[in-house]
Design a protein around this ligand. Structure first.
Ligand code: ADP
Length: 591
């Protein structure tokens, strides 16, 4: 197609060039040749006419002489194949070498005769029906002195001139045909020479356009085509590099996107989910079939849809807090929405990034709870103290028995407050990262701690006639802070004594299993209902608030215990049966 297109154009152009050139040249040559021959013939005929005029001068004087003219002319013309015609001043034919003048019509209006009778040389070319040929007529005036008395006309056939003309015409035509044929051959050869590399370039360009960027051209024509091929090779190579770079960049971005901790979802301007990263797919259970569905269908949340519309309407970044349930677990997300615009500032999509702030929210909620609980715990004894102080001031102080009772209550409540504040401070300390880094751990044997703790709380135990026994099968040594370790034992033993009826029993055991030290505190106390067991390590949680209060509890003891155990890399478990007893088991890694 390409080859024939160019070939045809080249052939046609060459042909037009040759035909136009040859036509112009031939036209000019033919015209020149014809004019030149006519001029020569005219000049020759004129010479003849002048000679004849000179010859006739004497015959044009009187009527007798005039009568002889025809004979003289016929005689003169036999020597020549020219036709000679003589007319008088009126155009009447006096003599004619080929015809009888008497039968001939007046020649006054023949252009050459009228020109000659006017005193100039007259010429004319006309077609002779008699001879069936073109004729050249040349007429010259016949003078008698200076007076024009007639005209002599010499005429000759143009057959020879026209034959020569036709001969040249044929020759030129053949030459033109031959040249055109050669032009066709030449143009086909040229076209082949140029279309072959062009065709190679076209095929290669098509392959490159179809994505084969390894294709290279090897054209050595030394002209613009070679330059074009070279440029095309460079273009492809650059394109290949750019595509590789862009692909690598896209892969990198995709990798980042897929491995992000946050869910990222791209929505189109109609709110349909178009792209979701791995985290988003996992978190919200988005499958391939859910892509291109409306976000309401995917999330079932109008809040998200409203935010998408707001981003599209306002064209700026916004963020919302989204509370939702994932696999029956409540989750809170801070979702950022950003409009994605084209270079013409048209918003085509919305990018949404989901930060899971459930844990953060949980901490906030816990902190709020903690502050509320702590305030409440402090407010209760304070109210009691204030109430009894006011009663004393109102006059109860006068009654010694009553005032002693009230002062005892005030004292107990202030002790509770002191304990509470002390435990709150302990918790705050344990919570402080800085403090935890400062705490030094040392190899601490467990058994001695059991005995000193028993000793420290012996008064409490004795008050309730509770027996505290210690059973040890080993003396494990663990890496711990002895003060904190003792705090664990004090809190647990104190609880056991507190929540065990008089004459009950508490057994402390210590043994070693594999590479762990195991410590148990077992009592025969009131026990903990199963439903409360998972909650007893929460701050301020108490199974029986009144009982805990009367026993002087704050609800922080077990929270502190758990904190310290975990700080030492251990774990704590509890088993309990109401009215039978409770066993706390602490497992700590050996030093
Ligand atoms: P408190 O200061 O109230 O004792 P704790 O955090 O030490 O607070 O204990 C939380 C709750 O767990 C207690 O209020 C009590 O109801 C329950 N509890 C703890 N230890 C025992 C135990 N040995 N026997 C029965 N109940 C216990």
């Amino acid at each position: 197609m390409l080859r024939w297109g160019i070939k045809l154009r080249l052939i046609v152009n060459y042909l037009i060039l040759i035909i136009v050139t040859m036509s112009c040249l031939s036209g000019y040559l033919l015209w020149y040749f014809h004019r030149h021959n006519i001029e020569i013939l005219t000049s020759s005929l004129l010479t003849h006419a002048r000679v004849t005029e000179h010859f006739l001068e004497s015959y044009m004087i009187g009527p007798t002489e005039k009568a002889n003219i025809d004979n003289q002319i016929k005689e003169l013309a036999t020597k020549d194949d020219l036709r000679i015609t003589v007319t008088n001043i009126n155009g009447d034919v006096l003599a004619d070498s080929w015809e009888n003048p008497a039968t001939m019509e007046n020649h006054l209006h023949r252009p050459e005769i009228s020109a000659a009778l006017a005193g100039t040389v007259g010429t004319s070319i006309r077609y002779s029906t008699t001879l069936d040929q073109n004729m050249l007529y040349v007429a010259n005036p016949i003078l008698s002195g200076s007076e024009i008395v007639g005209a002599v006309r010499i005429s000759s056939t143009l057959a020879a001139v026209e034959a020569g003309f036709n001969q040249i015409k044929s020759t030129l035509l053949v030459t033109m045909l031959l040249t055109s044929f050669l032009a066709i051959l030449l143009s086909i050869r040229l076209a082949q020479k140029y279309t072959a590399p062009l065709e190679e370039i076209t095929t290669a360009a098509q392959e490159m356009a179809n994505g084969n960027l390894d294709r290279r051209l090897h054209i050595r024509t030394g002209d613009e085509l070679e330059l074009l091929a070279h440029t095309l090779n460079n273009l492809t190579s650059n394109l290949d590099d750019k595509i590789s770079e862009s692909t690598a960049e896209t892969k990198k971005l995709d990798l980042i996107l897929q491995h992000m901790d946050n869910a990222v979802i791209l929505l189109d301007r109609y709110g349909r989910v178009t792209t979701a990263n791995k985290m988003a797919r996992e978190s919200f259970g988005i499958s391939d079939s859910m892509l291109h569905q409306h976000n309401m269908q995917v999330f079932g949340h109008s809040q998200l849809d409203r935010a998408v519309h707001q981003t599209l309407d306002q064209g700026k970044n916004i963020h919302i807090y989204l509370k939702t349930n994932i696999k029956n677990t409540p989750r809170v997300f801070q979702v950022f929405f950003a409009p994605i615009t084209t270079t013409e500032n048209e918003i085509t999509a919305v990018l949404s990034v989901f930060h899971d702030v459930t844990a953060l929210q949980d901490i906030h909620d816990r902190q709020a709870d903690f502050v509320a609980n702590a305030s409440h715990e402090l407010a209760t004894p304070l109210t009691t103290i204030k109430g009894f102080t006011e009663t004393l001031l109102d006059g109860a102080i006068e009654d010694p028995e009553l005032s002693t009772k009230f002062l005892n209550i005030i004292h107990t409540e202030s002790e509770r407050m002191q304990r509470l504040i002390h435990e709150l401070l302990q918790l705050a300390k344990l919570n402080s990262q800085e403090y935890r880094q400062q705490v030094t751990l040392e190899a601490t044997p467990l058994n001695p701690l059991l005995y000193t703790t028993k000793e420290d709380l012996s008064t409490n135990a004795q008050e309730k006639n509770i027996t505290v026994d210690i059973h040890t099968t080993a003396d494990p040594i663990i890496m711990a802070n002895p003060d904190w370790l003792k705090q664990i034992l004090i809190n647990l033993l104190d609880n056991s004594i507190k929540y065990t009826q008089p004459f009950g029993r508490v057994i402390l055991t210590c043994f070693q299993e594999n590479d762990e030290a195991i410590l148990t505190i077992e009592d025969t106390g009131i026990g903990i209902p199963a439903k409360d067991l998972p909650l007893i390590f929460d701050r301020f949680y108490r199974v029986d608030r009144a009982r805990s209060r009367s026993a002087g509890g704050t609800g922080l003891g077990l929270a502190i215990v758990k904190f310290i155990v975990e700080m030492h890399g251990g774990r704590i478990d509890v088993k309990s049966t109401v009215n039978i007893g409770t066993t706390f088991t602490i497992t700590l890694p050996l030093a």
